[in-house]
Design a protein. Structure first.
Length: 69
């Protein structure tokens, strides 16, 4: 029961952290996007999505490692 509670707390912290990071990244991407042409915008958006996706996978792997250990 204690382990489950700990997992919930850690996952909540990671989720909030991920949202904050995504928000900051999105804000930076938007401010950069105003300066770029249409073709460059697509590349930047794709880049940020890929970056956030792999960061999410990394956090998930850490969480899984922490919970199993």
């Amino acid at each position: 029961m204690k382990i489950l509670k700990r997992v919930e707390i850690v996952s909540t912290i990671l989720r909030v952290q991920g949202l904050v990071i995504s928000g900051i990244a999105l804000g930076q991407a938007k401010s950069l996007a105003t300066l770029l042409t249409q073709r460059e915008k697509c590349g930047m958006v794709l880049f940020w999505f890929i970056l956030m996706y792999f960061r999410g996978l990394h956090l998930f792997a850490l969480l899984h490692k922490y919970c199993v250990a």
